[in-house]
Design a protein around this ligand. Structure first.
Ligand SMILES: Cc1cc2nc3c(=O)[nH]c(=O)nc-3n(C[C@H](O)[C@H](O)[C@H](O)COP(=O)(O)O)c2cc1C
Length: 193
């Protein structure tokens, strides 16, 4: 059994990549506003290492507003085919501009244009308005590279608590919790299911 939760996460992720029919890197992202009211939505994990878990989004979205007011988040991976879940909690920091640029450059052109066209989380009067905006940015960047919009970037959830949940027979599920110590090491323990 790995004692580093990030290494264990990579082992479970590798199995999920083989087992899940779609979106094995999808995770629920929970944030809360300044008053502590929670909200949750799915995002795709686009990077993971010992520093944390990275996702990309519109910084002016509802989640972006909440993270500006309260820079902490919880993540949940649920790999249904494997009957496993991983819970992650910790403070959130923006990724560097160069990291966001590098990832943005790997996205398909349609997704890059979409990042310009979508006022994510703002009210939309009609689908046609969005389509017209998409057309407008397509024309604007015709023949050239699409730069990353300032408002589109990534966040890193710096895990300080990671829990691995494994289905076991007779509902005797297994829960292994890792918590980050002040010295940077991880403490591991079991939890009742
Ligand atoms: C499987 C899945 C993956 C998604 N991945 C992302 C993502 O990586 N980034 C993103 O901004 N929205 C993603 N979305 C859309 C979000 O769930 C959400 O609708 C959007 O980000 C607006 O959320 P907000 O209003 O709370 O900010 C995804 C949705 C699904 C169902």
């Amino acid at each position: 059994m790995a004692v580093d939760p990030h290494a264990l996460f990579e082992e479970w992720l590798a199995e999920a990549l083989l087992a899940e029919p779609n979106d094995p890197v999808a995770m629920a992202l929970a944030t809360a506003d300044a008053a502590g009211r929670p909200s949750v939505r799915m995002v795709l994990m686009k990077g993971h290492d010992a520093r944390g878990f990275v996702f990309y989004t519109n910084r002016l979205s509802r989640k972006g507003d909440e993270l500006a007011a309260n820079p902490r988040a919880a993540l949940l991976f649920h790999w249904k085919s494997l009957r496993r879940q991983v819970r992650v909690e910790g403070p959130v920091e923006p990724v560097s501009d160069s990291e966001a640029d590098a990832y943005f450059a790997t996205r398909g052109r349609d997704s890059q244009l979409g990042a310009w066209a979508s006022d994510q989380s703002q009210p939309l009067d009609a689908r046609a308005t969005f389509e017209a905006r998409y057309q407008e940015v397509r024309d604007r960047f015709e023949g050239g590279e699409v730069p990353r919009p300032d408002h589109w970037s990534g966040y890193r959830v710096a895990a300080e608590r990671i829990e691995f949940w494994n289905d076991r027979a007779h509902r005797l599920h297994e829960r292994r919790l890792f918590t980050l110590e002040a010295d940077g090491g991880w403490r591991t323990s079991l939890l009742y299911p």
